[in-house]
Structure formats: structure tokens, C-alpha cells
Design a protein around this ligand. Structure first.
Ligand SMILES: C[S@@+](CC[C@H](N)C(=O)[O-])C[C@H]1O[C@@H](n2cnc3c(N)ncnc32)[C@H](O)[C@@H]1O
Length: 385
């Protein structure tokens, strides 16, 4: 029998306002076992079915507004609908399910060519594992499915972290295509699920804005996904990252694309750009795509100082007419804060910069207007006069 959970008027209002989460403090009764539950208001009116996480501050995540059974067929329909929303993406590597952004809270599914990498990020969702995997096999027909459940958010759910092969076989590295560029994703060992898929559109934009024959810099390059788009037009590209492993894959990626004009530099990007600024070095195109500096709200002030510092240096390194493509993937640094930070850095740099474009995450990472947590990646294209 399905468990029923009642919620306070404030909890119920979350759903009517378009947000799928109801917090611990708005739940009127508890149950120990995670799973799919029916949710009612204080007076017993049915509100919907949700994933129940007994240990998380986010106790309920809305799945379905009716009483329809949530089985493998339900998941098949939902995942097929997600797939339909990805039509037209110019790549065989993309996010098939972006959790709350696709109405499937705490589920992440990334496709890398013929393989899928999955994250089950809540205790309630974990109980649906068999149905979800069955649906994924039916809809995606993958040669293998890897669970990258090594995400730290699982701790808040009382779930173990780990990596597990749950269907077929998944290779150590998968060659994928993104527009005209090919790269090797690392599903078992790479950051996130093996690549940063959310920047696909911005990489194409950066590539198109690269000065032909000029110099380009990819700061925080990882395995060079931006660098390769830049290298197709630039004369020389410098790709900087502190991860040796990522840079090794970067060199392999360059070979894969027949690009011999990328210099891979293992260094702290902050130190390097400071020294280059002192040396008067200039670049025509610069990409700044650092890791999330603010992992929590309390870290925002420090993170903004970090973003200011790296962007200030990058602005100073721009040659006249040069283009800076800059991004932040910190959810807690919202777009207005990011733009304000850029304004401060521009003013300190003494450069006059045009705000040419505001950037976001790709079509496969849908950002729901009423669910701010679905949007974390923001960026801008600035052009020096
Ligand atoms: C958001 S990822 C970059 C993703 C990449 N631009 C892409 O599109 O695939 C951030 C990268 O910054 C690197 N990193 C973190 N701190 C760094 C630092 N201080 N200096 C250089 N690289 C750093 C990480 O190793 C990681 O590869």
C-alpha cells in the first residue's frame, strides 16, 4: 500500500507556485522508508505523488500530479518526452534528463554516443532504480549503463557513494562529436559524468568568435573542449588547467582532431595570468570557465572575489578588439551578481568592454523559470574596444 504524507499549507503552496520541493519543516508526518508516496494537504486533499527522502532536508520531490501508477511504463513515457526535447542537438553527447529541469527530480542521465551515464541523487529515486534502468534500456537502447553515484549530494540523502556498472559494458573513454569537434569523454573517471556537456552551445559561440589566425587562451581548459573549438580558427591556443590527467586527455583530443596548434599548460590559472599580465602578454580570444567557486550561499562573497580576480586579469590580457568568453557554474552566484562582478572587474581593468552577449546552459539542461536550482551556468561575451 502506498504511504500518504500530509503537508502544511506552506508546503502545498510550493507545488502550486511551480516548485517541486517540499522541505522537512512543511511535512506534517514522517515515515522511515524512502519511496514514492501520495501527498495530501492538511485536510486530506490529494495533491500528487512524490519521491520521499526521510533523511534529506528536501523531504518531498513532486513526480506526478495524478494517482497514476509510477512504473517502468511511466518512466518510459517521461524519458521519451525528454529525448524528444533534445531533438536537433548537434552532438551525440548530451544530457537526456536534467532532473527537476525535466520534471524528473534528482535524476541525471547523460548520453555519450551508445552509452548512458546515470546519477540517482535522492533516496526516494533510489527505490525506483529497477524501473528507471528498465525504461532507459527500452528508450535509449544503450550498449552499457554506468551509475556515477559518486556525487556528494547523496550524503545528504543518507545514501552511499560509488560507481557501478548496471547494464552491458561501458568503455574507459568514449569518442563523441560536438559540432565539428570530437573529444574523448571519460565516463568512469572524468569530472561530472565524464565531460562538461552544459557548455556545448557556448563552445560553438566561442569558436565562431575566435579571431582567425590570432592567439587564444583557454583558462580552466579541462580536456580542451573549448580549446579545440578555438584552435580550429586561431593560429595558436594555450590551454591551462591544473589537472594533469585532464590535460593528457586534452592532448589526445587534439590529435583526434588533427590540431597541432594547442599548447597544454599544467598550472594554477590565477598565478599564470598574473605573471603574464606583468609580462605584458596579450591574447585575441580568451575563455574563462572556472569550477564552481561558491558551493554554498555562505561562500558567495569569497567566490565573487575569485571571479573578480580571474576576470580582471583576463580583461587585462585582451588585445584591442579581443573577445572574452567568461562563465560561472556556481548556482549561488546568480546572473545579476555575475554581471555586477564583471562590471567591477572591467572598471578596475581600465578597459572599455562591450557586453556582446549573455550566455546560459544548453538546451539539454533546461532551466525552469519557477525552479531556480535548475539553472546554474551563466556567462557573458565581452569585447574590448
Ligand atoms: C568547469 S571545469 C572546465 C570545463 C571545460 N572548460 C570544458 O568545457 O570542458 C573547471 C576546470 O578547472 C580546473 N581548475 C580548477 N582550479 C584550477 C586552477 N586554480 N587553475 C587551473 N585549473 C583549475 C579543473 O581541473 C577543471 O578542469
Amino acid at each position: 500500500m502506498t504511504t500518504t504524507i500530509r503537508v502544511s499549507p506552506k508546503g502545498a503552496a510550493r507545488w502550486t507556485e511551480g516548485h517541486p520541493w517540499i522541505y522537512r519543516t512543511d511535512v506534517l508526518g514522517e515515515t522511515e522508508a524512502p519511496g514514492v508516496v501520495h501527498v495530501e494537504d492538511r485536510r486530506g486533499k490529494f495533491l500528487g505523488q512524490a519521491l520521499w527522502s526521510p533523511k534529506s532536508e528536501i523531504r518531498l520531490r513532486l513526480l506526478e500530479p495524478t494517482k497514476r501508477k509510477i512504473d517502468a511504463e511511466w518512466w518510459r513515457e517521461r524519458i521519451s518526452a525528454c529525448l524528444a526535447r533534445r531533438m536537433g542537438i548537434d552532438s551525440n553527447a548530451y544530457r537526456v534528463v536534467h532532473g527537476e529541469g525535466d520534471g524528473l527530480p534528482s535524476l541525471v542521465v547523460d548520453r555519450y554516443d551508445r552509452w548512458a551515464v546515470v546519477q540517482l541523487l535522492s533516496a526516494g529515486l533510489e527505490t525506483m532504480r529497477a524501473e528507471i534502468l528498465a525504461a532507459l534500456v527500452d528508450v535509449l537502447k544503450p550498449e552499457g549503463i554506468l551509475l556515477r553515484n559518486d556525487a556528494s549530494v547523496r550524503k545528504h540523502e543518507g545514501l552511499p557513494e560509488g560507481i557501478e556498472l548496471v547494464h552491458g559494458a561501458v568503455p574507459e573513454s568514449i569518442e563523441v562529436r560536438e559540432g565539428a569537434v570530437r573529444f574523448l569523454a571519460a565516463p568512469w573517471s572524468g569530472q561530472k559524468t565524464g565531460a562538461f556537456l552544459d557548455q556545448r552551445d557556448n563552445r560553438a559561440i566561442a569558436g565562431a568568435l575566435t579571431r582567425p589566425g590570432g592567439t587564444a587562451l583557454d583558462c580552466f581548459a579541462y580536456h580542451g573542449s573549448f580549446a579545440m573549438h578555438l584552435a580550429r580558427r586561431a593560429g595558436r591556443v594555450t590551454a591551462v588547467d591544473q589537472s594533469k590527467e585532464a590535460l593528457v586527455r586534452g592532448t589526445e583530443n587534439a590529435v583526434l582532431n588533427g590540431l597541432a596548434n594547442i599548447d597544454w599548460v599544467e598550472a594554477d590559472a590565477f598565478e599564470l595570468v598574473r605573471s603574464w599580465e606583468r609580462a605584458g602578454r596579450k591574447f585575441d580570444t580568451i575563455v574563462v570557465d572556472p569550477p564552481a567557486f561558491a558551493k554554498s550561499k555562505s561562500a558567495v562573497a569569497g567566490a565573487l572575489r575569485g571571479y573578480h580576480e580571474i576576470n580582471l586579469r583576463a580583461m587585462k590580457l585582451l588585445s584591442p578588439g579581443g573577445t572574452l568568453v567568461t562563465a560561472s557554474c556556481s548556482f549561488h552566484v546568480r546572473l545579476p551578481m555575475f554581471l555586477e562582478m564583471l562590471s567591477g572587474a572591467a572598471s578596475d581593468s581600465g578597459r572599455r568592454l562591450t557586453l556582446a552577449r549573455i550566455l546560459g546552459q544548453g538546451q539539454d539542461h533546461p532551466e525552469i523559470v519557477t525552479v531556480p536550482e535548475t539553472g546554474y551556468l551563466k556567462g557573458a561575451v565581452l569585447v574590448a574596444q
